[in-house]
Design a protein around this ligand. Structure first.
Ligand code: TMP
Length: 222
């Protein structure tokens, strides 16, 4: 596959939408063909699963049900949208991916990480993001912003301690594999956040170019 998968992660209220738009602007400036998507969701069926996951209801969803629904949506998204785009040579900018599963279902809910890893292998085979941006912010700041947006969804109703564990898991994963992750301090003013992202993308593109030259794949600069 010659496209690249860029994923963007972080707790609620961290500013993913604004920063994803910025990433897309940077790619468009360079003439890089890309599509933008999100998880859970990205196809009509996966968006229906998203509704199941996000809508608060009286019946408590078991943690295992939640995990399986997240991966069911991902299987559909990969099959229907992500893999075909990568095969066409397009880049995919995705708002959340499997790091969110490690962070929310693993860190937040306390599910066994090895169970998540087994499902990751089953659903994705060898596919992993090429670059993951972790937008990092204090949970209290992010949640205050998220709660201004309207009625909280099923995840936003969780206590702050849940989001502290989610954030910690993101940071641990990033520290364990610094080549794939870029931690962005999203508490800074927007221009600084955008500068961090542009620099990270630039570095990533340079690495991509060297890799493409080694394998004779198409490549882009930034
Ligand atoms: P958002 O994309 O609008 O922030 O909302 C999606 C919610 O779904 C968010 O609270 C995180 C949660 N989620 C998981 O719990 N696990 C996952 O694997 C993904 C992709 C999202």
């Amino acid at each position: 596959m010659s496209g690249r998968l860029i994923t963007v992660e972080g707790i609620e209220g961290v500013g993913k939408t604004t920063n994803i738009n910025w990433i897309c602007e940077c790619l468009a400036e360079q003439g890089i063909p890309f599509i933008q998507s999100r998880e859970p969701g990205g196809t009509a069926l996966a968006e229906e699963i998203r509704q199941l996951l996000l809508t608060p209801r009286d019946e408590k969803m078991s943690d295992l049900t939640e995990l399986l629904l997240v991966f069911a949506a991902r299987a559909q998204h990969l099959h229907q949208l992500i893999e075909p785009a990568l095969l066409r040579g397009e880049w995919v900018v995705c708002d959340r991916f499997t790091d969110a599963t490690y962070a929310y279902q693993g860190g937040g809910r306390g599910l066994d990480m090895s169970l998540i890893a087994a499902l990751e292998d089953l659903v994705q085979d060898k596919l992993r993001p090429d670059l993951t941006l972790i937008l990092d912010i204090e949970p209290a700041v992010g949640l205050a912003r998220a709660h201004q947006r309207g009625a909280p969804d099923r995840f936003e109703q969780e206590a702050i301690s849940f989001f502290t564990r989610v954030r910690q898991t993101y940071l641990e994963r990033a520290q364990a594999a610094p080549d794939r992750y870029l931690i962005v301090d999203a508490g800074k003013p927007l221009v600084d956040v955008q500068a961090q992202i542009r620099a990270g993308l630039h570095q990533f593109c340079q690495r991509s170019v060297s890799r493409a030259q080694a394998t004779a794949e198409p490549h882009h600069g930034l």
